[in-house]
Write a protein that binds this ligand. Sequence first.
Ligand SMILES: Cc1ncc(COP(=O)(O)O)c(C=O)c1O
Length: 644
Amino acid sequence: MPHSPASSLPAWFLGPRGENAELLERLVVEALRDHVFWRRNYHPEDGVVIREMDKRQEGYEETVATLTQELIGLLARLKRDAPFFSGRYKGHMISEQTIAAQIGYFATMLYNPNNIAAEISPVTTRLELEVAGQLALMIGYDPARSWGHITSGGTIANFEALWLARGVRYLPVAAAGAARELGLELSVRLPGGRTALLGQLPLWELLNLTNPATLDLWELLWRSAPPDDVRRALADHSLADIGYQEYSRRLALDYGDPLPAGVVLVAATAHYSWEKIVRALGIGSNQLVHIPLDTCYRMDPDALWERTRELARRRQPVLALVSVCGTTEESAVDRLDLVLEVRSRAERELGMTFHLHSDACYGGYAAAVTRKADGGRRTAAEIQASVGADWPSPEWVRAVEALGQADSVTVDPHKMGYVPYAAGAILVRDGRARHLVATDPPYLAPTETPSTDIERFLGRYILEGSKPGAAAAAVWLSHKVLPLDERGYGYLIERTVAGARRFHAALAAADLGLFRPVVLPVPDINIVCYVICHPAVPTLEGVNALNDAIYQRMSLSRPDGAPEYIITRTRLRSPMYDGAIDPVLAQVGVTPEIWKAAPADGLVVLRSTIMEPFLAAPPPAPDHVTGFLGALRRACEEALTLRR
Ligand SMILES: Cc1ncc(COP(=O)(O)O)c(C=O)c1O
């Protein structure tokens, strides 16, 4: 009889009071001793370098004293860090790490493998690829065709996704140039299913081949001429080699009037990293087009269709569309299934297509909720029975299942994977795309190694160079203890959702005296946003100032540095939240016109990420829902008094 995940959960974390300290200590000692045994048994004939007599030298003793003293100082300073382990922390998307991840990281750090290449991380590069395969399976990719790896975080993972997406989108143009140069006639599949000769396609059609058709074309090109010739011809025509300036000049020369610059469509909730990324890739932040939201802060598929039609009419290519699974502010889950339908319709009716990326940096692990122990899918009703709430809806399940159809997905272990920083991940549905960004350094070139080892030379395909094998091992061990299904992460995230819903309901019904909480819609996962109003503060400016002051009282920036509970805040701004925010503005008592008049100010919204699994069913003491409401009321009163 398999045990229930509820009975495993107490072993997953060190615990808010260090309840599992003995367990973690035992594992730390085990890892350290085992590592030392390894050192001692590695060529024992080498003998000792640091002798016992050396330890009696003044310099040695002084160094040890300094180390001990300074460590104590560091430990003291760290007490001013944010207490993520506590139920009193209800701020950013960070929480406890699993014990498995902590010990996995610590143990591996002693070995310090560098996952840039298997020759300096023979064990952990393998673990990294294994972990990527597990995440791929969870979201519904075929691990044999997909490819993925760990990054230092979501920003880099998203960067790589767009880097790859752009490489794929522009490849047909480079391939057409290369084929012309090599005298090759290659045929390609168009979005409607027809085939055509590459050399006869106009620029618009070259930029609107599907990803699979483009990658098939890439393989065909390499099969059609000697590799050195293909390499040289591609280098003459690809953006990666010749750069934007020369690329645009060539397009104008080869195709006459070139098309308007390609855009990147993003959900209006997109994380600010996307702006960094388009700037860094030379695409330009003016090319970022925000797609409006519905009132649950999900990308509006109708608005997406309208925008796509408009772009097709202007013959403006779309490099990629970024949908979000678990928005940074609200944990909203875009209806990716409907977004995919829009793309299929665009292919059928407009002859237009684009790379579809899901930024699931925050919400990706929630896909574990949809997985049974045998890897099959759970229905919404099955999950609801386990959560004990009317979550998730069948639509939510369809949206999450659709991750498997996205061309790329980013999902961060250092967010809802409860793994220490730095660990993001990128997954690519058709792994061939990685070859389009490959670079070979002379000192790490995998010339004589078997092909599997070439695939394990990660530095060739990724943006980063040296990277910690410890991060990969941390994720790997955590996945071993908490499988990516209903027994592990699925259950953990269910509990956080149940906690967030309890928190949301309590906040909506809270008696805060004259203060009135306006709570944003029940979240798709576990981030609760709210605005506090008061009759003495009727203006938008006043509401923003009041909420800012409440945030100040409930954050580490509080003058005494000792908030009872810790929250965070954000600003929902125009034009990104136009329309979507209207119901909230109405409850706050502000018109959309007033809100739009000060787009930089936006609406200040208090935000609590509920990642701790213990809030749903409170242990005997303390209950961090009632405790929070009391602290919130006190912070509200202090904030109002300060304003007077
Ligand atoms: C949806 C989303 N994408 C990307 C990122 C960037 O992740 P990172 O901070 O790990 O770079 C975040 C961070 O909060 C996020 O919420």
